[in-house]
Design a protein around this ligand. Structure first.
Ligand code: PFF
Length: 452
């Protein structure tokens, strides 16, 4: 790690790069189905509160640690306190668990691009049977998964992140415009107003600790927290960039896209399938509801194609940053070069991804903790490992390094750190206690000891 660290050109570059990593399948695919499952409005409310407290505190911490130490995660935690270098390794395991199944879903997105390209959009608009048949087959999802993973690997080997960054700077705004357009269209479909109410108005009777657990794990995932990514990004950030503004902007952008994605999907789901559709919503939601919406739209097959191409880019930029994190750490820790590291990561991802791909078909009878493989890996990373990383980070900063070091880093340019008091209470007391509770509940829930 002797070479000079690259750095972002300035605040905008940093915010866009971080937002590019943050905005991905988490916003478009994961958020809507969780919001549908966990009571709509109440989930949104809990999510927003958590984003403003936990999300803000953790993101500030991670970016500040990165910028202060100038190191990526394993080195950074070690520099803060030698006894905490293990934390970097745990954080590093998160992208390794996520990338394989992320690529399986990336493969589904590629499949849908092909569906619209070959004029099968109408067939896919049947509200779920088409998708069900696809994902429970063997060869097709595997092939698409390998294609997506290979594309990711090719980009990481070529090291053309710069090009990808440029592409995503154009794609992201287009994606947002398209989502807004589709949402507006959805709201003109008869019957969607009830769904809109479900989505926006919190029903407190639907609140439970599992809502909080689900929202929290989604928050980490969506904002790329608790996996060392933001530490690395922070290390690339110039000293004169305002961290307060950067954190606010990343949070607003990421949460905004997630909320819009839900707006595009949930009211339509309600109109087509009623309440039942909402509670039974699962990982296939985006691929079931949206084609049905496109099927009703004038010019829907073109809109469908454009939509899935944009989702593909959002997913690819995120999967690239996941693979890049794993690869760069491997290169730092071993003597392997970039190509060999990519090859190793590629093979490991195939091994871990195949079960996720087959888990809806031929391996559907194997249910670790009662979940299909994809849900299982998602659960382990988001509901178990990430809360552990977040918890230890808070303990490290709150009780060993001291929050002062982080606050000083935030206001090193004489900048006013408005939510400093909230920050200190969060990191020292509130977050650790809540994280322990959440972790215990998540694990009990995962083991089937308590029911959702
Ligand atoms: N935050 C991304 C999403 O919401 O899809 C997932 C992710 C991408 C996490 C890249 C971590 C990462 F490095």
């Amino acid at each position: 790690m002797n070479e000079k660290r690259s750095s972002f050109s300035g605040s905008i570059g940093f915010v866009l790069a971080a937002a590019g990593s943050a905005v991905g399948l988490g916003n478009l695919w994961r958020f809507p189905y969780l919001a549908a499952q966990y009571g709509g409005g109440i989930f949104i409310l809990v999510y927003i509160i958590l984003a403003l407290t936990f999300g803000f505190a953790l993101m500030t911490t991670e970016i500040a640690i990165g910028r202060k130490t100038g190191l990526s995660c394993i080195g950074a935690y070690k520099a803060l306190n030698k006894r905490f270098s293990f934390l970097g390794y745990i954080a590093w395991s998160v992208p390794i668990i996520i990338l394989p199944y992320y690529s399986v879903i990336g493969g589904w997105v590629c499949k849908y691009i092909a569906v619209y390209l070959t004029g099968q959009g109408a067939a896919a608009a049947d509200g779920g049977a088409f998708f069900g048949a696809f994902m429970s087959s063997t060869a097709a999802p595997l092939g698409w998964f390998l294609l997506f993973l290979a594309l990711t690997a090719v980009v990481v080997i070529a090291g053309v992140e710069k090009g990808v960054e440029k592409v995503s700077k154009v794609m992201m705004p287009v994606l947002v415009v398209l989502i807004v357009g589709i949402s507006v269209y959805v709201l003109t479909i008869p019957g969607t107003m009830e769904g809109l109410k479900y989505y926006l108005l919190p029903d407190f009777s639907k609140f439970s600790i599992t809502t909080v657990c689900a929202a929290m794990s989604q928050l980490f995932y969506s904002m790329s927290l608790a996996m060392g990514i933001m530490v690395t990004y922070g290390s690339y950030t110039r000293k004169d960039v305002s961290l307060v503004n950067a954190v606010n902007q990343i949070e607003i952008f990421d949460t905004g896209v997630a909320l819009l994605a839900g707006l595009m999907i949930i009211p339509a789901l309600f109109a087509f399938q009623g309440e039942e559709g909402l509670t039974s919503a699962g990982v296939g939601l985006m691929f079931q509801t949206l084609p049905a919406v496109f099927g009703q739209m004038p010019g829907g097959s073109v809109v469908g194609l454009v939509f899935f191409v944009l989702v593909f880019f959002a997913a690819l930029t995120s999967s690239i940053s996941l693979m890049e994190t794993i690869v760069s750490m491997l290169m730092d820790r071993t003597k392997l070069g970039r190509k060999m590291s990519c090859l190793v990561v590629f093979i490991v991802c195939i091994v871990l991804g195949v079960p996720s791909s087959l888990g809806f078909g031929v391996w559907g009878h194997i249910l670790p903790l009662g979940m299909d493989f994809l849900t299982f890996f998602d659960f382990i990373s988001n509901s178990v490992v990430m809360p552990i990383v977040a918890l230890i980070t808070c303990i490290l900063v709150g009780w060993f390094v001291g929050t002062k070091a982080i606050c000083d880093e935030v206001s090193r340019n004489g900048e006013h750190f408005g939510r400093k008091a909230l920050y200190e209470v969060m990191v020292k007391y509130l977050a650790p206690v809540c994280l322990v509770v959440i972790l215990v509940f998540s694990v009990l829930q995962g083991m089937g000891i308590i029911k959702v």
